[in-house]
Design a protein around this ligand. Structure first.
Ligand code: EPZ
Length: 419
């Protein structure tokens, strides 16, 4: 496996174009299963998770071709309607195909997605929504088997604004008889991106991005469409945190600051000078960041859980105390031990982590155990004194496109070494 070797202490400065959003392109690729014709998806980031999703599409009988950051997908007539458990275990977020396969084939059989290191990741809200649409679901021998003679519109209330459940219900209801309403829907921008593509394909979805989404079932089969994926707000904020932690001066282009309000406010509260204009965000770091007092992860538009660990890495060197409370996932502090190994002063108490800022971190051999925690270790290594070696790069590569190129282009000293 690879490792990243980073020499810390160099401010991250320069200009960086924001990659396409991982959490938008995955459901968007699932939606292409519904098209009677070719979909052309631009700004698709080159990531392990996207490669795995391309594999799922291929296994479902679609022809998939990638040219740079554009993916061409064309379903064939005989679309398969099952995803084996090995593939589901490899990438649990393939559960997002369930709604699309049911819409296309009237049935689906997928391996149980299981949990991952950050939490159990139940799918009860997905299944509750599908049952409300008239899907019969049995769970046996590790598979979820769905059949639907007729999909009928329904009023569905989500107990929690689940991103995946919102997306699966949208995908499953595009052809349902009548109207479907999703209340307490997730409001993440990635939902609106998915709805925009589906509407271009001929679906009739309104309210995406708000807590109440309406899907009017259509009779006409959806057609192919061309679409450009939104920028990745989490990757963007990760690089801003890296610039903030290293005393840098970074200009992001191709960003959507309106998707990042909560995160930009926190960076300003920490003392960074952040200026957003059109698709650009410029961050000038202070000599030393200030602690963030208390910070709770919340569903959008609150502070995103995905940026908790990268911001904790930056807070580790801030003046004063920062208390992070993780309300979304039950095990999202795996990066803490590794940051402590570098000299951070962090204590986990239940769902909260209390960070006492220290003056310096020291480079060390550290291990990434999940995607965003791995990004946090990269930030800490860039800000630390001396050299760090980070293993577990396969997690980081799930969500950050060419991370060593991006960091090197902004002056960071980083290289990827095959172990
Ligand atoms: C999406 O996961 C993202 N992944 C996650 O990003 C992100 O952290 C999460 O939304 C929250 O914003 C993709 O979009 C591929 P949820 P998802 O359903 O859809 C509970 C990253 O690092 N829940 O909103 O799985 C669940 O246990 C990844 O890029 C149920 O209880 O998130 C969790 O506590 C990590 N029952 C909470 O809701 C359900 O049926 C949020 O889950 C579904 C979810």
């Amino acid at each position: 496996m690879d490792k990243l070797v980073i020499k810390g202490g160099v401010p991250l400065s320069g200009e960086l174009r924001v990659q396409g959003a991982k959490n938008a392109v995955l459901p968007i690729l699932a939606a292409t299963v519904l098209a009677d014709g070719e979909c052309v998806i631009h700004n698709a980031p080159r990531l392990r998770d996207v490669n795995k999703t391309d594999l799922v599409l291929t296994r479902l009988g679609c022809s998939v071709k990638r040219e740079g950051n554009t993916i061409f997908v064309e379903p064939t007539a005989e679309c398969a309607c099952s995803i084996c458990e090995e593939l589901m275990r490899e990438m649990r977020s393939s559960i997002i195909f369930l709604g699309a396969i049911i819409s296309r084939c009237g049935r689906a059989s997928v391996g149980m997605p299981g949990g991952c290191s950050i939490g159990l990741r139940p799918i009860d809200l997905h299944l509750k929504g599908l049952r409300a649409l008239g899907v019969d679901i049995t769970e046996e021998r590790g598979y979820i088997n769905c059949t639907a003679k007729r999909l009928r519109g329904a009023d569905i209330h989500l107990d929690f604004p689940s991103v995946g459940a919102t997306e699966n219900i949208m995908l499953a209801s595009v052809y349902a008889d009548g109207e479907t309403y999703i209340s307490n829907a997730a409001r993440e921008p990635e939902i609106a991106d998915l709805a925009e593509l589906l509407n271009r394909m001929g679906a009739r979805i309104s309210g995406a991005g708000t807590g109440l989404i309406k899907i009017e079932g259509v009779k006409k089969r959806l057609c192919g469409a061309e679409y450009t994926v939104m920028p990745d707000r989490i990757a963007a904020a990760t690089y801003l945190a890296a610039a903030a932690a290293t005393g840098g001066d970074l200009l992001l282009t191709g960003a959507r600051p309106d998707h990042m309000e909560a995160m930009l406010h926190v960076l300003r509260d920490m003392g960074a000078d952040v200026c957003a204009h059109g698709g650009s965000i410029r961050l000038k770091a202070p000599k030393r960041l200030r602690g963030i007092h208390t910070l709770r992860t919340m569903p959008y538009p609150g502070f995103p859980t995905d940026i908790q660990s990268p911001f904790m890495a930056a807070a580790s060197l801030a003046e004063g105390t920062s208390v992070f409370t993780e309300t979304i996932f039950e095990n999202r502090f795996q990066h803490v031990d590794e940051l402590v190994r570098m000299g951070a002063d962090i204590k986990v108490v239940g769902r909260s982590a209390v960070v006492q800022g220290v003056k310096r971190l020291s480079g060390a051999r550290i291990v990434a155990r999940e995607l965003r925690g791995g990004a946090a270790l990269v930030i800490a290594a860039l800000a630390a004194e001396g050299e760090s070696e980070i293993t577990g790069t396969e997690y980081i590569d799930r969500g950050y496109e060419e991370i060593e190129r991006c960091i090197s282009e902004c002056g960071g000293i980083i290289k990827r070494v095959s172990e």
